[in-house]
Ligand binder design. Structure first.
Ligand code: PEP
Ligand code: CO
Length: 467
């Protein structure tokens, strides 16, 4: 790469501690208790295995080359309260439905990555929250403090890290069981629709698609292609991801792979750096540069092409396709003006990255009644804007990143099938942090994204430009 870097000091899982860090709590009442918990975590089993992370990196390499599409989605913040097998199953089923719709529409494999099994800690825009004249520290995610608006609940408690580890392990165990134990069998696609969605326009459309796929599978079976000789028909690969925010926890879960002698995060397959913690000379970038997992970075307003190229140099020095995903989160009204310079610079440098679109975090606003929400039409507009920009720059719009749930919540307004109105928000507003798409909205969005992708796939000139 053209940009020279001053040589970095030696990396270790703890080298981030030398540098300033944002959004990591430093107000644990008993810092020694935190160190004890981190020490304890170091001896607990890894949640994922390096070979799995390497496999995901290979798959993302295909996305970077324009041969596959990335679907990343799940909760804004997992919580202890909403931890229930039904919730995990519902999210898994909606992700599978969306993947089927996208695979069919884009005619390409879809790489499925959940914001799940570790997505707890949250960077907050304000360190304090005010209600009825009382000011308390903000809620920072269930692995740090509690959501209840009391002084006691908002005190950081290191035991929460162990609870979050345990919940992540149990969640991942179930996700693995769903992936290989029959739920993900393509012969079951009709049954992935969740009860409360049945009968909606989107669900009818989905059932029609399932009929076509089932016909095609019967034809393939008659030709000798079946679940025995083609296991992809009966199982899936579903990966986990979360924001690598709490570096003390991440350090404890960083383990050496004895096959390659390299360091891997074992807290999830893929970790990302948030938009607020991607400073070049700070702790998060330092930690991320040393792990060999596929990683992602949120990018948005204010990031210059020059700074992005420097970050890419540090985070992906060997220009490995699949190592780095850039998740653009500009907002529906800013993506078309903000993203082209970055896409152009990355293309000019010849950097191999996955371009993904988070149309959630730049489109949040508070209603008069005090609910944080995101309008469905703005979410869609940002995805379309993102795709147009990358299309005109000759780059593959490789993925989407959604905050969504399989539950029948009313957190984002809009959607055509069963529109959520502003007045509905209070009826089922359950999120612990940001508003999520419900199952119906998520599936509708998958259909709309698939239509866009199909148009690009059929455009021969475009295919040559990204080749
Ligand atoms: C998030 O993904 O929940 C988040 C906080 O996003 P961002 O870093 O893009 O603000
Ligand atoms: Co969020």
């Amino acid at each position: 790469m053209a940009i020279s870097q001053t040589p970095k000091a030696r990396w270790t899982p703890a080298s981030w501690r030398r540098l300033p860090a944002k959004h990591i709590p430093d107000d644990y009442p008993n810092p020694q208790a935190l160190l004890d918990v981190e020490h304890n975590l170091k001896s607990l089993p890894p949640l994922v295995y390096p070979g799995e992370a390497i496999r995901l990196k290979e798959k993302l390499g295909r996305v970077a080359r324009g041969e596959a599409f990335l679907l990343q989605g799940g909760d804004c913040a997992e919580s202890f309260k909403e931890f229930h097998p039904d919730n995990i199953q519902d999210t898994f089923r909606v992700m599978m439905q969306m993947a089927v719709v996208l695979t069919y529409g884009a005619g390409q494999p879809v790489v499925k990555v959940g914001r799940i099994a570790g997505q707890f800690g949250k960077p907050r825009s304000s360190p304090v929250e005010e209600k009825n004249g009382i000011t308390l520290p903000s809620y920072r995610g269930d692995n740090i403090n509690g959501m209840d608006f009391t002084e006691e609940s908002r005190i950081p408690d290191p035991q929460r890290l162990l609870k979050a580890y345990g919940q992540s392990a149990a969640t991942l165990n179930l996700v693995r069981a769903f992936s290989n134990g029959g739920l993900a069998d393509l012969r079951n696609i009709h049954n992935w629709t969740l009860g409360f969605v049945g009968g909606s326009e989107t669900s009818k459309r989905y059932q029609e698609l399932c009929d076509k796929i089932t016909d095609a599978m019967e034809f393939m079976q008659a030709c000798g292609v079946n679940a025995h000789n083609t296991p992809q028909m009966a199982s899936t690969e579903f990966y986990t991801s979360h924001e690598g925010l709490l570096l003390g926890y991440e350090e404890a879960m960083t383990r050496m792979d004895h096959v390659s002698g390299k360091w891997f995060s074992t807290s999830g397959h893929m970790l990302w750096i948030g938009n607020r913690t991607r400073q070049l000379d700070h702790a998060h970038v330092e930690y991320f540069r040393g792990i060999q997992n596929p990683i992602a970075m949120k990018i948005g307003e204010g990031l210059s092409p020059d700074e992005l190229l420097r970050l890419i140099d540090v985070l992906n020095p060997h220009n490995e396709a699949g190592r780095l995903t850039l998740i653009a989160r500009y907002g529906h009204d800013k993506v078309v003006s903000g993203l082209p310079q970055l896409a152009r610079a990355v293309k000019r440098e010849g950097s191999h990255v996955v371009w993904s679109c988070d149309p959630m975090h730049g489109n949040t606003h508070k209603t008069d009644s005090g609910f944080k929400t995101r309008p469905f039409d703005r979410i869609l507009k940002e995805v379309k804007g993102f795709m147009q920009v990358l299309h005109s720059e000759g780059c593959w719009p490789g993925g989407v990143h959604f905050e969504m749930t399989g539950q029948n919540v009313t957190e984002c307004i809009g959607g055509t099938a069963r529109a959520v109105r502003e007045a509905d928000l209070s009826s089922r507003y359950h999120t612990h942090c940001d508003p999520r798409l419900n199952a119906d909205q998520a599936l509708e969005l998958a259909f709309l994204v698939a239509e866009e992708l199909k148009a690009y796939r059929k455009n021969e000139g475009f295919r040559q430009a990204i080749a």
